[in-house]
Design a binder for this molecule. Structure first.
Ligand SMILES: [Zn+2]
Length: 233
């Protein structure tokens, strides 16, 4: 992942043990109008309920919507390819190759591109594996199961290191993002069951909820909500 907000932004300060997630109150981040360059102000436009960034000169309303993050769970010889991040957030932690989907590409194409960029690995998509929504930070992940076309990989400019990990050796104590923890746990459970499935779930991150809460077995049900899994057909 190259830029913009990330899961790490949500690891802020307020500890919370609530079982029910607090409502997400989004504060507009657009300070200057993308149409005319003048400053915006925070306004609830007529007929709407949410605060938006509205241009003080031309009146343009700047809607901010969730971002799609796409990535690959790359299998090779019963191992999974991980990348150690060379960029913030989560510098030095391990992640699946993933990043923001670009306009003009499909989710699968974006996942393949990110894997090439971060791990210099050419992969082919096997199947969609999981969609993980994280409402607090406005991100939705689509993770694909993929395999190496050739047994070659090396760190791209955003990675310190790339390596294949056996499922028993995945470094859960130094994974970068909750989405990566959840995806890898679901994958390991499926492999242990001998039954790979497609998973859709919501990760109810809360401000102050560090990733260590996700490392307990299993992922707490108040964190991993609305989970649906279906066998590949
Ligand atoms: Zn304007």
């Amino acid at each position: 992942m190259s830029s913009g907000a990330s899961e790490a932004d949500a690891h802020a300060d307020v500890a919370s043990g609530l079982a029910v997630p607090l409502p997400v109150v989004h504060k507009p981040k657009v300070s200057f109008c993308q149409a005319c360059g003048n400053p915006t102000k925070e306004v609830v436009p007529d007929g709407e309920e949410k605060v938006r960034a509205v241009c003080t000169v031309c009146g343009s309303i700047h809607y901010e919507n969730p971002k799609m993050v796409v990535g690959c769970l790359v299998e090779h010889n019963e191992k999974i390819l991980l990348c150690k991040r060379k960029i913030e957030p989560s510098y030095g932690l391990w992640t699946l190759p993933a990043g923001y989907l670009e306009i003009g590409e499909s989710a699968a194409e974006g996942a393949v591109r990110e894997t090439l960029e971060e791990a210099c690995a050419e992969v082919e998509i096997v199947s969609p594996f999981a969609q993980l929504d994280i409402p607090l930070i406005g991100q939705s992940y689509i993770i694909f199961q993929a395999r190496l076309k050739t047994p070659h990989f090396s760190p791209g400019p955003e990675s310190l290191e790339c390596a294949l990990f056996a499922l028993d050796d995945i470094p859960f104590d130094s994974l970068a993002f909750s989405s990566v923890i959840v995806a890898l746990k679901m994958y390991i459970e499926d492999k242990n069951d001998g039954n790979l499935k497609f998973h859709y779930c919501t990760i109810n991150k809360r401000k102050g909820m560090a990733n260590h809460k996700l490392k307990s077995e299993p992922v707490p049900p108040d964190v991993l909500a609305h989970q649906h899994s279906r066998k590949f057909c």
